[in-house]
Ligand binder design. Structure first.
Ligand SMILES: [Zn+2]
Length: 484
């Protein structure tokens, strides 16, 4: 009798104890430094050629990720027949021809441009000085402006404020062209990319001209280049512009990789928590491989660890109630292209997307925290949902005890980090996001962003914080709500 009672009692205890097991914590143990290091040593090796979008290194990385998710037993996202969401990008090579009143100018030595990625033909476009616009015809035109300083961005933004809608671009003329060219060279001569199916946005080209190359037009320009660039009031255009820019356009293929872990609850599993990191980097330049170990090798390998943890839980019948989509995206370095593509071609409806947790660079210390490894910048957590902010805070307090630094968590921060990684393409659709980031450092976008410099204990800890936050988002009885 006693024996039976004690047996009943102990089994009751046992049930009680198993309910108290912290499942989130139990499965977090699979997220570990050794795996992070092993995987990063592969994708951030020279063999992976800096993982440039549309190139061999990116495809090799996609294959590596795909094989990994397959081994873990992850599913294809609903309706998909493999792990990859393919998309096309156009690689645009800067260059072209330009003439003013029939005077031909040469790309680089006489003119450069920015604000225009697509192949563009400008035919007999009238060019006015700003002062003329009041009297000029309201037809598509450009304005010409003689630079007063070297502050391109400032002068352009001031100029733009005065322009009516029919002005379609700006010609800047400078007698300091050569100095400005040196300063802007990398930016204006590097190939750019955009999504092939992008709805053609109206571009606003800024053309930069060398003043001395226009010597022979001095008379025709009616005093434009005399003194401080004053023009006489007259309504006839100063110049007629003809140009062909970005002539070479190459179509390339890229992809996002989607590993789906279906939720256990029949109703809540329709909702999904997305966790992203970009697996592309900037490739090879002059034979030097840019390995991008921190940017964003660390985020990419963190995703593999998260997938493993959630799959372990699922295999034991203890997986989260809502679904989890682990999504390494590409095209980030070319303008957040992969996440842009996903958010305009979502596999799971955006209205069923609870949040996006985005990891981009979590393996180094920045200058503000040289000796203090135990911190992470949190950006965006309270922008759309206070619930999300609180869940992340609580997860950190309970499990990881990192110093959460909100220094960059502001729309007006001059670095504009809130707009600079893939979470933004979710936030712009009103999906709450958190961007986990350990800051920039001297190896940022340098060929020296290498595996040896990564602090793996930090990557592990941040990855666990993302995991615990995702776990709570996926299991909470009530979905997080939007602030406004
Ligand atoms: Zn990055």
């Amino acid at each position: 009798m006693k024996g039976i009672i004690s047996l009943l009692f102990s089994s009751a205890l046992c049930v009680c104890f198993s309910q108290q097991v912290d499942l989130a914590k139990k499965y977090s143990a699979t997220i570990n430094e050794a795996d992070l290091k092993k995987n990063l040593s592969v994708i951030a090796s020279d063999d992976y050629l800096g993982r440039e979008t549309g190139k061999q290194g990116q495809k090799m990385t996609a294959d590596f990720l795909t094989a990994y998710f397959k081994r873990l037993g992850c599913s294809f996202a609903p309706g998909m027949t493999d792990f990859e969401q393919h998309f096309e990008v156009i690689e645009s090579t800067p260059g072209g021809t330009l003439s003013l009143n029939g005077l031909s100018l040469n790309f680089k030595s006489d003119f450069i441009y920015y604000g225009c990625k697509s192949k563009t033909t400008l035919e007999n476009i009238p060019v006015y000085a700003v002062e003329q616009l009041k009297e000029a015809e309201e037809k598509p035109c450009y304005v010409v402006h003689v630079m007063k300083s070297m502050e391109v961005r400032k002068e352009v933004s001031e100029l733009k404020k005065q322009l009516p809608k029919h002005v379609k671009g700006i010609i800047l003329v400078s007698d300091k062209y050569d100095t400005l060219y040196e300063y802007l060279e990398h930016y204006v001569t590097t190939k750019t990319m955009y999504l092939a199916d992008e709805k053609k946005k109206a571009e606003f080209p800024i053309l930069f001209l060398k003043q001395s190359a226009l010597e022979s037009l001095k008379k025709e320009s009616n005093g434009l280049f005399i003194g401080k660039g004053k023009v006489l009031k007259f309504s006839k255009p100063i110049f007629t512009l003809n140009a062909q820019i970005n002539t070479q356009q190459d179509k390339l293929k890229s992809s996002n990789v989607l590993a789906y872990i279906e939720g256990s609850d029949p109703i809540l599993s329709k909702e999904v928590v997305i966790i992203t990191a970009h697996y592309d980097h900037i490739g090879v330049d002059h034979g030097v491989v840019y390995n991008g170990a921190d940017d964003d090798g660390t985020g990419t390998v963190a995703l593999l660890e998260l997938a493993e943890a959630f799959m372990e839980a699922k295999k034991n019948g203890e997986g989260p109630k809502r679904s989890i989509l682990i999504m390494p995206v590409s095209g980030e370095e070319k303008g957040l292209l992969g996440s842009d593509y996903y958010s305009s071609h979502p596999i799971i409806p955006l209205e069923n997307t609870v949040a996006d947790l985005n990891i981009d660079m979590i393996g180094r210390n920045d200058i503000a925290h040289e000796k203090d490894t135990n911190y992470i910048y949190i950006i965006g957590s309270n922008m759309l949902s206070d619930d999300l902010h609180e869940i992340n805070e609580a997860a950190n307090k309970k499990y990881t005890d990192l110093k959460l630094d909100y220094k960059f968590n502001s729309l007006s921060d001059p670095n504009q980090f809130y707009y600079r990684s893939d979470h933004y393409n979710f936030a712009k659709h009103n999906i709450p996001v958190i961007f986990y980031f350990s800051g920039v450092h001297e190896d940022y976008h340098q060929p020296t962003d290498d595996v040896e410099k990564i602090i793996f204990s930090k990557v592990e800890k941040v990855a666990r914080l993302v995991y615990f936050t995702a776990w709570e988002l996926a299991n909470a009885p009530k979905r997080i709500t939007l602030n406004r």
